[in-house]
Design a protein around this ligand. Structure first.
Ligand SMILES: C[S@@+](CC[C@H](N)C(=O)[O-])C[C@H]1O[C@@H](n2cnc3c(N)ncnc32)[C@H](O)[C@@H]1O
Length: 243
């Protein structure tokens, strides 16, 4: 992906920032986002200061800071950051990219990223940067669309969606990349993380019509536990060694 793609991502999210939350502002949306967030929260330490890369409008930060935890959000889009500042007035939000994190070494107890890793122009660079800003013993946990038979066609669907001007906050041709379990393991290990753990989640998709969404939600725990090959989001966590 070229820098031009990154500018396109920034411009798009600036344009949709004030309507992004509508996408998650109905029962399916809330259910979907809460489900992913709870998978991530389980992988993170109970306390400490978190950096959320690609924080968007602060939906995850809002959930994370409940229970006296604190968080900083980082996003490439100024528009999304403005919305996040409005949502979580006591948290810090900064405009910047995941590939060049504008914070000092060993500043955070945890780093996370939700539905943003597929946009990274340099995914290995983002993981190296996450490692740098984590304190020794700190945790990283991310959740993003994974590479599966089910998700192979999504970039083509997004390209067609853009051509026919579908009005949807995430349907655009951004040259997104999805990764499988082996690729994630390799990138996390290359960055220096250990205790790497991969889990597949999600079967109910936010864009399904209501009865199908509820049916999919009903079987989702079974799919995640027994048939993870049918789940389409990949959650990965790891720790920075203490030494
Ligand atoms: C689908 S949204 C997800 C937002 C949020 N994490 C959530 O769960 O609602 C993707 C976000 O990633 C941001 N983003 C894309 N590329 C980025 C990059 N290289 N560095 C930082 N943020 C990025 C976009 O601006 C957008 O806000």
């Amino acid at each position: 992906m070229t820098n031009i793609k990154q500018q396109k991502i920034r411009k798009h999210y600036d344009e949709v920032a004030d309507k992004y939350d509508h996408h998650y502002d109905h029962s399916r949306g809330r259910c979907y986002h809460t489900h992913l967030s709870s998978h991530l929260i389980k992988m993170l330490p109970k306390g400490g200061h978190l950096l959320d890369i690609g924080c968007g409008t602060g939906l995850f930060v809002e959930k994370y800071i409940i229970g006296a935890r604190s968080a900083t959000g980082l996003d490439i889009s100024r528009g999304m950051i403005s919305q996040a500042r409005r949502r979580c007035v006591d948290s810090e939000f900064v405009v910047g990219t995941g590939e060049t994190i504008p914070f000092r070494d060993a500043s955070f107890d945890a780093v996370t990223s939700l539905l943003a890793f597929s946009y990274m122009r340099e995914p290995q660079g983002m993981l190296n940067e996450a490692y740098r800003v984590l304190k020794p013993g700190g945790t990283i946990a991310l959740c993003t669309l994974g590479k599966k038979l089910l998700t192979r066609g999504i970039p083509a669907i997004y390209q067609i969606g853009e051509m026919i001007q579908v009005n949807h906050v995430v349907v655009r041709d951004f040259g997104e990349h999805y990764y499988n379990e082996n690729e994630m393991n390799e990138m996390f290990a290359t960055a220096g993380f250990n205790n790497i753990f991969v889990k597949w989640c999600s079967f109910a998709h936010i864009d399904l019509i209501d009865p199908l969404f509820h049916l999919a939600r009903w079987v989702e725990p079974f799919i995640e536990k027994r048939l993870p090959q049918l789940a389409y989001n990949i959650c990965v966590n790891g720790t920075k060694p203490e030494y």
